[in-house]
Ligand binder design. Structure first.
Ligand code: HEM
Length: 369
C-alpha cells in the first residue's frame, strides 16, 4: 500500500511520479557504481579495498602508518648529477648540477614496531626536486629482483604468508600452494635468498627493480633500471641482531653515522638491450649490461617521520619528470594505486597515530642536533 503523502502528492501532480522515478533510478545507479568500484558485485576483482584488507590481515591494524614499509625514518640531502645520463634522458635532474632530495629509509612489511633484523628487506625512497617544480620519486629495495610480477601475485603472496589466527604463524600449505601457482615467485625468492646482506642501511645497495624508459631530447627511448650503490665500504652482516637488544639497531646506526658525516650512494643506471624483460620485475637482466654513473646522492640529515618531511610524500613510482617514462611493467600502475590508497588512509588517521618507533630529533652531519 502506498503511503498517504505519496497518494496525495501524485494525485495532484502526476509529473512528480516521473521525477521520483528518475531520482530513484539515479540513486540506484550511484549505489551500483559504488558497489562496482568497491568490488561487492565482483568477488574475484582485485580492488584497493581488498589489497588494503590483505595488508591488515598480514600485519594487523596500525593506524596512521604506511600500509607497507611502515617502520622508517626521514632523511634529506642532495643529488649531484654527473651529467652522464643527460645523453639518454632530457630530465632536468640529469643536467650537471645539484638538486635537493627528501628521502626515507624503511624496512619492508606493514609492522611499524617490528624489531630490526638482518634479512628484513631494507628500502631507500627518494624524491628529487628539480628547479621549476618537476619531481622524480623512486623507491628502491636491497633485493636483486621483486618476488612477484603482478598485483594479483602480490595480493596472493600477502594472503599466503599471513599468520593464521589459531597459530599466529603462516600456514605452510598455503605458502606451498602459492609457490606452486607462481613459479616466477619461487625463482625470484631463490635469488633473493642468495643475496649479500650487508651490516646496515649505509652500505646497502638499493635497486629500483621495475624497468623505466629514459627519453632523450629527440624523443628516443632507452630501457633502464637503476640502483643506488653505496660509496661507503661494504661490510658483511653479522647475520644476527646485536646482543644489546636494541630493536632499532639498524636505524640507530644509520642515524649515528649520518651525524658523523654525510653518507653517499652513486646512482647507477643500467641500460637494457633488446629482449631484456621490461614487464617482469622477477627477472634480472643479464650481467654485463652497460651502466652509467648518473651522479651521487648525499644524505646529511635525518629526522623522525613524526613531523619529518618524508611523511607527506607518497613515493609513487609514477611521479616522473619529462625524460623518464613508465615501462610496460604492470607493477607500476598497481604500485601507484596502492600507494595512493595507503596515503589517503594514513592521512585520515593522522590524529590517532602513535609515535613512530624511530624518533630522532633532527640530526645533521657535523654532530649538531
Ligand atoms: C603490486 C605491488 C606492490 C604493492 C601493492 C606495494 C604496496 C606498497 C604500499 C601500500 C606502500 C606504502 C605507501 C605509502 O603509504 O606511502 C609501499 C611502500 C614501498 N614500496 Fe611497495 N608495493 C608494491 C611493489 C613494490 C616494488 C616492485 C618495489 C620495488 C622497489 C616497492 C618498493 C617500495 C618502497 C621502497 C616503499 C617505501 C616507500 C617509503 O619509504 O615511503 N614496492 N608499497
Amino acid at each position: 500500500m502506498k503511503p498517504l503523502w505519496f497518494k496525495a502528492a501524485t494525485a495532484t501532480n502526476p509529473g512528480l511520479l516521473v521525477r521520483l522515478g528518475a531520482i530513484g533510478a539515479v540513486m540506484l545507479s550511484v549505489t551500483g557504481a559504488f558497489a562496482y568500484t568497491g568490488g561487492w558485485l565482483s568477488p574475484a576483482r582485485l580492488t584497493q579495498d581488498r589489497m588494503m584488507a590483505a595488508f591488515r590481515d598480514a600485519n594487523g591494524t596500525h593506524v596512521g602508518f604506511r600500509r607497507n614499509h611502515a617502520k622508517g625514518v626521514c632523511v634529506t640531502g642532495w643529488f649531484e648529477s654527473s651529467g652522464q645520463a643527460a645523453a639518454i634522458s632530457k630530465a632536468a635532474v640529469f643536467r650537471p648540477g645539484r638538486v635537493p632530495v627528501i628521502g626515507r629509509f624503511a624496512l619492508a612489511g606493514g609492522m611499524p614496531f617490528q624489531p630490526d633484523a638482518p634479512n628484513t628487506v631494507r628500502s631507500m625512497a627518494l624524491s628529487f626536486l628539480s628547479p621549476g617544480g618537476e619531481e622524480w620519486r623512486t623507491g628502491m629495495n636491497n633485493i636483486p629482483v621483486f618476488p612477484v610480477n603482478s598485483a594479483r601475485g602480490f595480493y596472493e603472496q600477502l594472503l599466503a604468508y599471513s599468520p593464521e589466527p589459531a597459530t599466529g604463524k603462516p600456514d605452510p600449505a598455503k605458502i606451498k600452494a602459492f609457490l606452486a601457482g607462481h613459479p616466477e615467485a619461487a625463482r625470484a625468492l631463490a635469488l633473493i635468498k642468495k643475496r649479500e646482506i650487508t651490516s646496515g642501511f649505509a652500505n646497502s645497495t638499493f635497486n629500483g627493480l621495475n624497468a623505466f624508459r629514459f627519453v632523450d631530447a629527440a624523443g628516443a627511448p632507452t630501457a633502464v633500471r637503476w640502483s643506488a650503490v653505496p660509496v661507503q665500504p661494504v661490510a658483511a652482516d653479522a647475520t644476527e641482531p646485536p646482543e644489546t637488544g636494541d630493536e632499532n639497531y639498524l636505524f640507530d646506526e644509520l642515524i649515528a653515522q649520518i651525524t658523523q658525516r654525510p653518507r653517499q650512494w652513486r646512482l647507477i643506471v643500467t641500460i637494457g638491450r633488446a629482449g631484456d624483460p621490461t614487464d617482469d620485475a622477477t627477472q634480472p637482466w643479464p650481467e654485463g649490461r652497460r651502466q652509467i654513473d648518473a651522479g651521487t646522492v648525499t644524505i646529511d640529515r635525518a629526522s623522525s617521520e613524526d613531523g619529518g618531511r618524508c611523511t607527506a610524500i607518497n613515493y609513487d613510482p609514477l611521479v616522473l619528470p619529462a625524460g623518464i617514462e613508465p615501462s610496460d611493467d604492470p607493477l607500476l600502475s598497481a604500485r601507484s594505486a596502492a600507494y595512493a590508497r595507503s596515503f589517503t588512509l594514513r592521512a585520515e588517521e593522522e590524529h590517532e597515530k602513535p609515535p613512530s618507533a624511530v624518533t630522532p630529533k633532527e640530526v645533521r652531519a657535523g654532530g649538531k642536533s
